[in-house]
Ligand binder design. Structure first.
Ligand code: ADE
Ligand code: ZN
Length: 335
């Protein structure tokens, strides 16, 4: 099954670029930019990546981002991730960035978005990997800061397809950003939001109703509300699930207890994603393998995660059809 997973065409829909900062690049950028980091060695960094919940991860994750200063740093970060995509046969990826993490440190919005965009364009031309960029608002910050960020994004409408919502879910419900999302929709952005990761299933309903999102990031706690599960199935609302992340952040104790396969078999449009792979122990192949090892599945079921991701992506109908045919051909050749 390992070889089947390795070569299976894949689509990633839940990936924080700041979460792809590998310790080696963190050290290199700290040196290049003369930034102090609280680690003496790469091993020490990896040892620090032991989390007991979402907040304990976020504290380290925001600290790591301090080494990103210049446009070239954002290019290098994004390019390194795209090379990983190439290795894992990810054909299309929709990636998040958190502008407020950087603008709060005096880095301009342009520096961030231009570095990322340049790498994404090069990824398409040199690696054949297509992509979309999603700008997330940090939900622990206030509405005013989110509005300001939305305004900063305006000149870059051509580079950013959607807005999202991430960071600390507990204590910062979707309702806090209802007006920001309404405004973003008026401006033509698509919308997604993290909901039901650590927070209750009610956050998923609230995000659907108040933020009018078209897909849910994580959403695994939907299982606590059978009516909501039925709604997600009947309305084909996708969940971008991140299995290794959920284990690292103790959303589930073990992969065997993870509900992703149960949700797949109930007919939900669930997908597999890597979230913050540098922090959670793996990219797409690692996530697919971890799920398949803990939950015996047919090849068709494993490929269904790709078919779901194609359907849930923000690409055109014709691009979806092309990827669907590529994936179906692979499945036909490897029954
Ligand atoms: N930012 C980066 N990773 C995140 C996650 N798993 N949940 C919420 N915010 C995040
Ligand atoms: Zn996430």
């Amino acid at each position: 099954m390992k070889e089947f997973i390795q070569s299976l065409p894949k689509v990633e829909l839940h990936l924080h670029l700041e979460g792809t900062l590998e310790p080696e690049l963190m050290f290199a950028l700290a040196k290049r930019n003369d930034v102090d980091i609280p680690f003496n060695s790469i091993d020490q960094v990896r040892d620090a990546y032991s989390f007991h919940n979402l907040q304990s991860f976020l504290d380290i994750y925001y600290q790591g981002a301090n080494v990103l200063i210049n446009e070239q740093d954002f290019f290098d970060l994004t390019w390194a991730y795209l090379r990983r995509c190439q290795g894992d046969n990810v054909l299309h990826t929709e990636v998040f960035f958190d502008p407020q993490t950087h603008t709060a440190r005096g880095i301009s919005f342009e520096t961030v978005v231009n570095g990322i965009h340049r790498a994404l364009v090069q990824g398409a031309t040199e690696l054949g990997i297509s992509s979309k960029l999603i700008m997330c608002f940090l939900r622990h910050l206030d509405e005013e800061s989110a509005f300001k960020t939305l305004q900063q994004a305006q000149p870059h409408r051509d580079k950013i397809v959607a807005v999202g919502l991430d960071s600390s879910e507990i204590g910062h419900p979707p309702a806090k950003f209802e007006r920001v999302f309404k405004n973003a929709i008026t401006l033509g952005f698509l919308t997604v939001a993290h909901a039901g990761e650590e927070g209750a299933a009610s956050n998923i309903s609230e995000a659907l109703n108040l933020l009018q999102i078209t897909r849910i990031d994580h959403g695994v706690r939907c299982s606590e509300d059978e009516t909501l599960v039925k709604q997600l199935v009947s309305e084909r609302i996708p969940l971008t699930v991140c299995p290794l992340s959920n284990i690292k952040l103790k959303v589930f104790d073990t992969m065997a207890q993870h509900n992703i396969v149960e949700l797949l078999r109930k007919g939900l449009c669930v997908t597999i994603n890597s979230d913050d792979p540098a922090y959670f122990g793996g990219y797409m192949v690692d996530n697919f393998s971890a799920v398949a090892n803990a939950h015996p599945m047919s090849k068709m079921e494993i490929a269904q995660f790709t078919f779901n991701a194609i359907a849930a992506s923000f690409i055109s109908k014709s691009e979806k059809e092309r990827l669907r045919i590529v994936t179906q051909s692979y499945l036909d050749l490897h029954p």
